[in-house]
Design a binder for this molecule. Structure first.
Ligand code: GLU
Length: 308
């Protein structure tokens, strides 16, 4: 069935339809630098397991991938530490906002999952303890999986978030006080803000995440990025926890594992078939890209290609 789908024309049709609707939602302006993005940009890229690439709209425009970077950090830590890492971070949906402090005390500083901010900070802490230069190691990992030496971190965005990141600072210090951060919280936060500030286009995002689509994926360095079982587990966490407090809704409407970020990006994938990335900066009330979600829902409905 999938071979018969004219992906480009399906994408053009859905894109045109969504562009006719009002562009609803709010841009994430709590990070001042992010509020400067043109809210009307909108792009989508699809990459199939056999290497075909389709794009529509602003799919070659760089943007701040924000929380999507947490999948890369998690992959790195999982590769280094293996299952040992799960004693410091859980794998359950949190049911609370991404930056919530609420559950941490009751859970003794063990964040519910690696995609809420608290969990991603613990993952950053693991990477600091296990790499010589975590920022360089992270960037080099992203460049290798994407097979693209031109990926970079926006220092401007990282600095902008640092200036206003009071809640993230509280979170990190709180976890430290509960004994689940090994390093200096300031160092963890600096790394966390930089990690979130890596920039990619939709096209680059789909290239980056093929290691979660293709069981036989071999990176640019001739190595597997991770084992099949590890990739399966990361996909499972993306399905259950990838969309803030709207993960159930995303699964219900779209039916793919994925991850979103407050920059308006969404990456989602169908194992063994394709990776798709959508970007539009206006977010719905749960913090996910409004147009991105609409597009992906329409795409899996029209192509009948989801995991269910
Ligand atoms: N750097 C952002 C923050 O911590 C990431 C949020 C996101 O994309 O979910 O607020």
């Amino acid at each position: 069935m999938s071979e018969k789908i004219e992906y480009q024309s399906v994408m053009n049709k859905l894109f045109g339809r969504i562009c006719k609707d009002e562009n609803k939602g709010q841009i994430a302006d709590y990070i001042p630098e992010l509020s400067k993005v043109d809210p009307n940009l909108f792009g989508v890229c699809l990459r199939t397991i056999d290497g075909r690439v389709y794009g529509v709209g602003d799919w070659n425009e760089k943007f701040s991938i924000q929380s999507i970077s947490k999948v890369l950090a998690l992959s790195m830590a999982y590769k280094i530490l293996g299952d040992e890492m799960w004693c410091r971070v859980g794998v359950e949906p949190s049911g609370t906002p991404f930056n919530s402090l609420l559950q941490l005390e009751a859970d003794n500083g063990i964040p519910r999952n690696p995609f809420i901010n608290a969990g991603a900070m613990v993952v950053c802490d693991m990477l600091i303890s296990n790499t010589e230069n975590p920022v360089e190691a992270f960037l080099s990992f992203a460049r290798t999986v994407c097979a693209n030496p031109n990926l970079n971190i926006s220092e401007k965005i990282a600095e902008s978030e640092k200036l206003v990141g009071f809640r993230n600072k509280a979170l990190c210090n709180f976890i430290k006080s509960l004994g689940n951060i090994e390093n200096d919280p300031e160092e963890v936060l600096n790394f966390y803000f930089k990690m979130c500030s890596i920039e990619m286009t939709c096209k680059e995002l789909t290239a980056t995440f093929m290691y979660l689509v293709d069981d036989n994926y071999i990176g640019e360095d001739g190595q597997r990025v991770m084992t099949m079982s590890q990739a399966k587990r990361i996909n499972a966490i993306m399905l259950t926890c990838g969309f803030y407090d709207e993960s159930g809704e995303f699964s219900f409407k779209v039916g793919l594992p994925g991850k979103s970020g407050v920059g308006g990006g969404i990456v989602a994938l169908l194992p063994d078939k394709y990776c798709i990335a959508a970007w539009s900066p206006r977010l719905n009330e749960k913090g996910n890209s409004s147009r991105g979600m609409k597009f992906l829902e329409a795409f899996t409905t029209e192509t009948q290609m989801s995991i269910f």
